[in-house]
Design a protein around this ligand. Structure first.
Ligand SMILES: [Mg+2]
Length: 303
């Protein structure tokens, strides 16, 4: 009998979505950073929907600081809204906790959630709590709505051959603390869509190797990567930069004619911006190995 480990996350999602009804108003469904719901032509904006879970021993170690776990739980979701060109609105938080969980621990998780929402926007509108058997992993599940102006939404499926591929910041080494201390690129993404709207965009959660493959596949393109141009966190080698995951930087594509103006205008207080390759026809593309594979990788996600 095949297991979810045998087929992996992406193939699992492809199979599961065949089994449920889908809606014409879903402008972008499973496969992008968020679901995009079109309320109809009278609305100048589109609704974004996102759900995400943090699982003890998968996304955080049991002795990790509770505030940082809380921050990370919502910052991941906000990063996905940013990757669509949008902003967060309402959050629902589901907690599955063993009965022995200290109250002060989960309060600190909520303090971290509060700090992140105050900084980047969004409010808690409700939630759900459940117990899990003693010694089970804590699960913090976040569902959220967001919004993006109709003319500012950026999908990951709309890159074209010839587009340049760029990333913000430095990649790799998330296990050394960055996975708890990243900045969702809300401001950078909003600036980009206002001034140099990317042809496609996503955030880097599972490593450039895996996520660039996803963007290229969604766009029915290939890519060529300049390995020497991949920006590495100090102390990281190329394999770590491509595969560690949880960078939460922006990966985007843009018409080559806009590159010089973009680089000249990129605000100085933003993170570094690097051109790492170009989109090509599928037949001319290369492949990149590495990246986080749910159900098959060992250790926590940042390993
Ligand atoms: Mg994402």
């Amino acid at each position: 009998m095949k297991t979810v480990r045998d087929i992996g996350e992406d193939a699992l999602i492809d199979r599961l979505i065949q089994l449920v009804p889908r809606d014409r108003s879903t402008a972008a469904g499973p496969g992008d950073d968020c679901a995009v719901i079109d309320p109809g032509p009278a609305s100048s904006s589109l609704q974004l929907l996102k759900t995400d879970a943090l699982v003890e021993k998968i996304h955080f170690l049991s002795d990790a600081p509770a505030r940082k776990i809380g921050w990370k739980s919502v910052a991941r979701v906000i990063s996905d809204f940013a990757a669509m060109g949008g902003k967060p609105e309402h959050f629902l938080i589901t907690l599955a906790l063993p009965p022995t969980t200290p109250v002060s621990w989960i309060e600190d998780v909520y303090r971290g959630i509060g700090e992140c929402l105050e900084k980047f926007g969004g409010v808690v509108a409700g939630g759900e709590t459940s117990s899990v058997p003693d010694a089970s992993a804590v699960v913090i599940s976040i569902a959220a709505t967001g919004r993006v102006e109709r003319d500012q939404v950026v999908l990951r499926s709309t890159a074209k051959p010839g587009d340049a591929i760029l990333v913000t910041g430095c990649l790799g080494g998330s296990i050394h603390g960055k996975h708890f201390d990243f900045t969702p690129r809300v401001e950078e993404a909003a600036w980009l869509v206002a001034h140099f709207k990317p042809t496609a965009m996503m955030d880097l959660s599972d490593g450039l190797a895996k996520d660039l493959n996803r963007l290229a596949n969604a766009s029915a393109c290939g890519f060529q990567i300049d390995r020497a141009a991949v920006p590495r966190t100090t102390g990281c080698d190329l394999a770590q930069a491509l595969g560690d995951g949880e960078d939460f930087e922006l990966l985007f594509t843009i018409e080559p004619s806009k590159i010089d103006d973009l680089l000249a205008a990129w605000p100085g207080h933003f993170p570094d911006l690097s051109i790492v390759g170009k989109m090509v026809e599928t037949s001319q593309g290369e492949s990149l190995a590495g990246g986080w594979e749910h159900f098959n990788s060992l250790g926590i996600q940042t390993s």
